[in-house]
Design a protein around this ligand. Structure first.
Ligand SMILES: [Zn+2]
Ligand SMILES: [Zn+2]
Length: 494
């Protein structure tokens, strides 16, 4: 395919930052674009009443002071994980973009003529994008040096009018099929490229200089990279695997990165102080022991039971500088007490009670998916390992398909990846968690973010069945998986 030839690859611009996964027009959406290898970003700029350019689209801030605007949390509404991500100043965003060599296009649609100057003063090095041809031409004569783009309604009359700008002008369009457009030229950017099929089509038919995507289509980076981002070490109570052994085995199996995610399982009435101390010791211990490893070793946490004590869960997450937080459920409150799934004797329960427990489990997963501050949703069908593996009850997940769909829909909305967990593969319950059919369902529903987790508790399980997972995802048209570093999503080609 043409875009896989680096010479023909168009530049990739992220719309409002990586707006599918992060709150749009925020610093975190820009940082994620940098992590994921984008070449540029299109951002929406507005100017406050006291003349400060800020990034924002959905709220009209033109009558507000900067002091007021700076108190608007742009992240919380998108996902709890992004709370405190405020509307940024243009100058702060540009500093970040410039430090990473990210090209910046500013959408000037929301800036009135008399406020444009404030943006030009702050926006050195940017290119400016207009939806209104008159405004574009006005700016062109006032600012003879800057690069400009037109992204409004296009017909041949408009094109004739703006063509006088020559090389200064780039045309952004979601209708590259219009016959009068400069197809195959350095001045064409195709917008709304939100599937790999569309990318292939656009590249082969129109050969644009760049494409713009909300984040579904990723730049091809780190090809052949391999990451296992869920495993346990000597610091989990249920594992004795030394860090040095984890590193050696992972390296031996051609992994470039592991994330060690020892358990923090929260129970009602847990003593926060000792839990915090234990986590601090774990994180410091892993970092120290992994110091000289010859692969990248990240430190995360598997937060179990966070739904039981959300405030404590938040505290645990905030207390350490984690690379990732995996959300999981290993037990629920059932008939007034916490009952761990692993220790529940489903052999002694009647089916009605067993299904009531299963429902409680799915409710807890839904809570994690919708509300908790997590980066990854772990082993979605963990319970089936016991129901169908240990107790051979032959429970079909489809009897709760509605609930599973709800959970998938929540993580899709929040940009939380679905973990493919291979800890059961090859055992009594010989499936991925979740099974391929649920992976298919997630894809059908519009999900596209995956992490791989062996959930190894012994070194021989590290990275197991990675190739099977990668092959399957590739066969479904998925091009990459995700890992988190400092809680920002990085992607790699599979
Ligand atoms: Zn787990
Ligand atoms: Zn685990």
């Amino acid at each position: 395919m043409e875009h896989e030839n680096p010479a023909r690859r168009p530049a990739m611009y992220a719309l409002r930052g990586v707006s599918r996964e992060c709150p749009e027009n925020t610093l975190v959406s820009i940082r994620t674009a940098i992590c994921q290898g984008y070449d540029g970003v299109l951002l929406d700029v507005q100017v406050t009443a006291d003349g400060v350019p800020v990034l924002c689209r959905n709220i009209d801030v033109s009558a507000m002071s900067y002091a007021e605007v700076s108190r608007i949390d742009a992240g919380e509404a998108f996902a709890h994980k992004y709370r405190g991500e405020m509307i940024p100043k243009l100058s702060d965003a540009l500093e970040l973009c410039n430090s990473a060599g990210l090209r910046v296009w500013l959408n000037m649609e929301l800036v009135s003529r008399d406020r444009e100057r404030d943006v030009f003063l702050a926006g050195e090095g940017c290119s400016y994008c207009f939806r209104d041809a008159q405004q574009l031409m006005g700016t062109a004569s006032a600012m003879p040096e800057v690069q400009l783009a037109y992204c409004g309604k296009m017909d041949d009359v408009v094109l004739r009018q703006i063509s006088s700008l020559g090389d200064r002008l780039t045309i952004w369009t979601d209708q590259p099929q219009l016959s009068f457009l400069p197809v195959g030229q350095t001045r064409l950017v195709v917008m709304g490229v939100d599937s790999y099929d569309r990318l292939d089509e656009v590249c082969s038919r129109y050969a644009p200089a760049a494409v713009c995507t909300s984040g579904v289509v990723k730049p091809d980076v780190r090809r052949g990279f391999r990451a296992d981002v869920h495993m346990h070490s000597e610091y989990s109570q249920d594992s004795t695997c030394p860090i040095s052994e984890i590193c050696a085995v992972a390296r031996d199996r051609d992994f470039d990165l592991v994330c060690i995610t020892d358990h923090c399982d929260i129970r009602p009435g847990h003593d926060a102080v000792s839990l915090l101390a234990y986590r601090k010791q774990t994180v410091a211990g892993i970092r120290e022991k992994a110091k000289n490893a010859d692969l990248q070793v990240l430190v995360g946490v598997e937060l179990g039971g966070g739904f039981l004590e959300p405030a404590l869960a938040d505290r645990m997450v905030a207390a350490e500088d984690y690379d990732s937080v995996i959300g999981s459920v290993h037990g629920i409150m059932f008939r007034g007490v916490r009952q761990s799934t692993a220790n529940c004797d489903f052999g002694q329960m009647d089916m009605q009670t067993t299904l009531a427990y299963f429902d409680g489990y799915l409710d807890a997963m839904l809570y994690v998916a919708e509300k908790l501050d997590v980066d990854i949703l772990a082993h979605l069908t963990y319970m089936l390992r016991y129901l169908n593996g240990k107790y051979k009850l032959d429970v079909d997940w489809r009897i709760r398909e509605d609930r599973i769909r709800q959970i998938l829909s929540a993580i899709i909305q929040r940009g939380i990846p679905l973990e493919i967990n291979t800890s059961c593969r090859g055992g009594v319950y010989d499936e991925w968690l979740p099974a391929k059919e649920i992976v298919d369902l997630y894809l059908e529903m519009g999900g596209y973010l995956f992490t791989f987790g062996s959930d190894a508790h012994v070194s021989k399980r590290i990275g197991s069945y990675y190739d099977e997972v990668a092959d399957y995802l590739r066969s479904k048209g998925v091009r990459y998986m995700i890992y988190f570093q400092k809680r920002l999503a990085h992607q790699y080609s599979i």
